[in-house]
Design a protein around this ligand. Structure first.
Ligand code: SAM
Ligand code: SF4
Length: 441
């Protein structure tokens, strides 16, 4: 039988990357091998993101490029998946007639059956219904050969309805996987050589709250800690309003939990936080940061910030800058507010001009770069535990890995160190990485 090839293009967050891995596993069962070469493909899937307008534009421009391949190969099947597919549904077919299949975030597990139907009947398919059960997350995606780190989705969806955000509409209500399914997946990952897991969810702190599994996020971490072969645990994303003292204490009491938390603040202005429906004040956020640093002084704290939310005045923006000065994050992902159809913020007045958003973002990023550089320079002469992941991109003789704080560390070393935890004394802190020399301990 002739090999059939699958080409997947993924946009957006870690959740989408993970969804794409699951798609590849499901399609392998019906004979598709993945390829990096779109020209060779019999099936192309574009897994889209809808969080900001730019992400949507990128997906459509890539689709525009890939549909040209149908001229050479009329049997090529093109599927449009993910958040933007969930949002637009059948409209994608009317906009781009070459698309055969549109499916949303709750229909991944149906992929083999949908592809078979397209092949047999050559008809257009749209599946964007929401399911009341978790199906797709329980598909086991073996990690690529040699991977030491893996992402494990512990929940799907979100109930928070931050006023700017499309996620609750496109990924559905929050649902947690059972601890048994999660543990089973991690056990399997260790058999493939995985040593570090990152637990994924839109708000991992509320894991288990709505389900009757008898397990909350803290007890889940403590269960995972007991799995032989797992050396490091990380998680993302935490919502500040649900960050409990018990979870904060884990940074001091659970040795396998890495000292890093991504805790999106979004704004330093109470007025804007309220309009964003975030459920905490700037003071409450600062108190959580103090608690985290009391429990674990070396903890690395990263965040997300949006500038130019409707109604954000210069004073509100200045409050975000003041908060950044007070906290000094280790690093920040920052975005210009992007209006999203169907969200509560879409109805708000007082839009900030594009030029002003651009100005605020540039200034804020320059401030954060200064903080990140100062933090990284301050690590010079410190010793970091590094899980060696592979060769560095910088030079043939260099190896790279991540410190427990999530920073990339490059150092001179041998490939037989891959998979080991080593100690590296930092000789230089750069903006995006650290450099050092390996030491024996
Ligand atoms: N659930 C996570 C949280 O609450 O932090 C992450 C959600 S989202 C995938 C990642 C980030 O995108 C958010 O933290 C927010 O800063 C940003 N974001 C979401 N909607 C946005 C919008 N409409 N415009 C600009 N940035 C947005
Ligand atoms: Fe979006 Fe807020 Fe949910 Fe994060 S917590 S996914 S920002 S609604």
């Amino acid at each position: 039988m002739k090999n059939k090839y699958l080409y997947i293009e993924t946009f957006g967050c870690q959740m989408n990357v993970h969804d794409s891995e699951q798609m590849a596993v499901l399609l392998k069962d019906i004979g598709y091998k993945t390829t990096e070469d779109s020209d060779k493909a019999d099936l192309i899937l574009i897994n889209t993101c809808s969080i900001r307008e730019k992400a949507e534009q990128k997906a459509f421009s890539e689709l525009g490029r890939l549909i040209m391949l149908k001229e050479e190969n009329p049997n090529l099947i093109i599927g449009f998946a993910g958040c933007l597919a969930q949002h637009l549904g059948a409209k994608v077919h009317s906009r781009v007639k070459e698309v055969d299949l549109v499916f949303g975030t709750h229909n991944i597990h149906r992929l083999p059956e949908m592809i078979t139907a397209v092949q047999k009947q050559r008809k257009k398919i749209t599946r964007i219904d929401f399911s009341s059960k978790i199906h797709s997350l329980n598909v086991f995606a073996p990690p690529p050969k040699g991977s030491l780190c893996a992402f494990v989705s512990i929940m799907q969806g979100c109930d928070n309805y931050c006023s700017y955000c499309v996620v609750p509409y496109l990924r559905g209500p929050e649902m947690s996987r059972t601890p048994e399914d999660i543990m089973d997946e991690i056990q399997k990952l260790t058999k493939h050589g995985v040593k570090e897991v990152t637990l994924l969810g839109q708000n991992v702190n509320s894991y288990g709250k709505k389900m009757d599994h008898g397990c909350n996020f803290v007890s889940l971490i403590k269960k995972i800690e007991k799995i032989d072969g797992i050396e490091r645990i990380r998680f993302t994303t935490s919502h500040p309003k649900d960050l409990s003292d018990d979870l904060i204490d884990c940074f001091a009491s659970v040795p396998k939990l890495c000292e890093h938390i991504h805790l999106p603040v979004q704004s330093g202005s109470d007025r804007i936080l309220k309009r964003m429906n975030r459920g905490y004040s700037s003071e409450e956020y600062l108190r959580k940061i103090d608690r985290l640093r009391d429990a674990c002084p070396q903890i690395s704290i990263t965040s997300d910030i949006i500038v130019g939310f409707p109604g954000e005045t210069q004073k509100d923006y200045q409050e975000t800058i003041d908060m950044m000065e007070k906290i000094r994050f280790d690093s920040v992902f920052s975005f210009k507010y992007s209006e999203r159809k169907g969200t509560a913020a879409q109805k708000l007045q007082d839009q900030v001009s594009e030029a002003e958003k651009r100005r605020r973002l540039k200034e804020l990023q320059a401030l954060q770069d200064r903080h990140t550089q100062e933090k990284n320079s301050a690590l010079e002469a410190s010793v970091q535990e590094v899980l060696v992941e592979g060769r560095s991109r910088n030079s043939e003789q260099d190896m790279m890995g991540r410190a427990r704080s999530w920073r990339i560390v490059n150092f001179k070393g041998r490939p037989d160190l891959i998979g080991k935890q080593v100690f590296v004394e930092i000789t230089r802190g750069y903006l995006h990485s650290l450099r050092g020399k390996m030491i024996n301990r």
